[in-house]
Design a protein around this ligand. Structure first.
Ligand code: NDP
Length: 483
């Protein structure tokens, strides 16, 4: 395989320690992503991955577990070639049994690590794949075995905190020992190629950016439909709910990339600053027409612990950007589980001319993340050979190319190894997102909005329509609108 993109491989030795290596995220996402990097020869000859968890396991058992889950979660056809690669890769794997809050275990860990044969001053990544309540304790532990001059990077999974105050406290507890530069706050959505493509497209395309200005827009809509039920994740999901699961980071981050001002230099610092600025200016106006919540009819039968649950599995919200040129442009986000299809798309609807009839469809930009990955511009108008109103749709793929296809966590691992933070979050952005989510949650807690039941396999509760009823707009239906 020819690797054209130099930023998509890494050549220096490194050590990656995964805390919570016995868990679900490691098995479902991290190990398959690391295997993809190894299989595609994007990793150096010398590297070590250490699984750290409380579960008793030998390195031999950890290697077997790694092979099993990688085989099970492999996206393509598993053959003797992959079997050979994965066996070869296990030579790079080690396992350490330890508590997350015991200084003595971290001391033992430091001794263990020093026997592994890599220079201690190579890049060291520490991945926090444990419940957030453990983050501060692990940071304490790492600080006891490191000096601040070591080239170390802490990769921390979302959700970062549970609200604005707890996120701030968590940040303070980690930065008591480590600098912000050492902190890589992760939302795997930003490892998706089509999401990353928004930055490149906007940075290089004046037509697109002219259309994405507040004064040109009738609405912005983001829809993330999932066909899957909550299933085995019900324990986590029932305490988090759809607002924190999907809106708090994934959809607000996607929105920020779409509506932020484009910096001249697309550095991590500049992009994160612009995203933070726009997130700071987003407002939720507490009103029954600004939010709709629903729960699919079979949710309460998923597990006996949720038989009386009022946790929403669907939410639609309306936001505004508190800036002059975005005045009165409704921004609507909706997402839900157990819907009729898996489909994620962002739509910018352009304003119509005052003289156009109400029923004329607007021109639109549609960015689709799943199942297809493409940007489409839908121009509607009269002219040409036909007298009637026509759609002219231009589409272009925005997914990965032959030599750039990697799982989300794979791209983010490579970025972290290279010290590139463009697709990691700043604490400023995270706090701004929590502020929005906290205000929605506080309003829902008043009971002003009723939980609507919806049928599994439908497109969600009817109440979602009231968000746009007074906005001269409708939810975009990709099946009716675009060919
Ligand atoms: P798990 O619940 O599977 O926990 C991971 C590991 O952490 C477990 O194997 C266990 O290891 C240890 N652990 C679990 N509970 C506790 C506890 N109460 N106290 C101390 N250690 C505990 O989580 P996931 O792997 O699903 O997720 C890891 C992190 O990533 C979480 O913060 C989660 O919110 C986040 N996340 C997960 C996603 C997913 O798809 N799973 C998606 C996005 C984010 P041991 O007992 O061996 O120490």
């Amino acid at each position: 395989m020819v690797i054209m993109n130099t930023h998509l491989h890494y050549t220096d030795p490194f050590i990656l320690t995964i805390f919570g290596a016995s868990g679900d995220l490691a098995a479902l996402k991290l190990f398959p992503a690391l295997f993809a990097l190894h299989e595609q020869k994007r990793l150096p000859k010398q590297y070590i991955i250490i699984g750290y968890a409380r579960t008793q396991m030998s390195t031999a058992e950890f290697r077997e577990h790694f092979i099993t889950v990688v085989r099970k979660n492999y996206s393509g056809q598993w053959s003797s070639v992959q079997e050979q690669y994965v066996k070869e890769m296990t030579e790079h794997l080690e396992y350490f049994t330890g508590q997350y809050d015991a200084e003595a275990d971290f001391t033992r860990f430091a001794t263990f690590r020093s026997t592994l044969g890599l220079p201690i001053h190579c890049v060291q990544l520490f991945y926090f794949s444990v419940p957030p309540s453990m983050y501060g304790k692990i940071a304490d532990g790492i600080s006891t075995i490191h000096t601040n001059t070591d080239p170390i990077r802490l990769l921390v999974e979302k959700p970062f905190g549970d609200n604005e105050a707890s996120a701030k406290a968590l940040f303070d507890s980690i930065t008591a020992h480590f600098s912000q530069e050492q902190l890589y706050l992760l939302d795997h959505y930003l490892g998706k190629k089509p999401v990353q493509s928004i930055v490149g497209m906007r940075h290089s395309n004046r037509i697109l950016n002219t259309m994405l200005r507040g004064e040109e827009l009738q609405s912005i809509q983001i829809s993330a439909f999932e066909a899957q039920r909550v299933g085995k994740r019900v324990g986590y999901f029932d305490s988090a709910g759809i607002l924190k699961d999907m809106i708090q980071s994934h959809l607000l981050q996607s929105l920020a990339l779409m509506v932020m001002s484009i910096p001249v230099k697309g550095t991590a610092e500049n992009i994160r600053r612009e995203k933070a600025a726009v997130l700071d200016s987003i407002e939720f106006i507490p009103d029954p027409n600004s939010v709709c919540i629903g729960q699919y009819d079979e949710y309460r039968t998923e597990h006996h612990s949720v038989q009386n649950s009022k946790t929403p599995t669907f939410i639609a919200i309306k936001l505004h950007i508190n800036r002059e040129n975005w005045y009165k442009v409704p921004i609507v986000l909706r997402t839900g589980k157990s819907l009729n299809e898996r489909h994620t798309f962002m739509v910018a609807e352009l304003k119509k001319f005052d003289f156009q009839p109400e029923d004329h469809e607007p021109n639109r930009i549609v960015i689709e993340f799943a199942p297809q990955q493409k940007i489409s511009i839908d121009l509607v108008g009269e002219g040409g050979a036909h007298e009637s109103v026509q759609h002219m749709t231009i589409s272009h793929p925005i997914g990965c190319g032959e030599d750039t296809c990697l799982p989300e966590h794979g791209l983010l691992f490579l970025d972290a190894l290279r010290g590139e933070k463009k697709f990691f979050l700043s604490i400023h952005e995270i706090l701004a997102c929590w502020k929005i989510v906290d205000s929605i949650e506080a309003y829902l807690a008043t009971g002003a909005v009723e939980l609507e039941m919806y049928a599994s396999g439908s497109n969600g509760p009817k109440g979602q329509d009231r968000l746009l009823a007074t906005e001269h707009s409708n939810w975009y239906d990709p099946h009716n609108n675009l060919s």
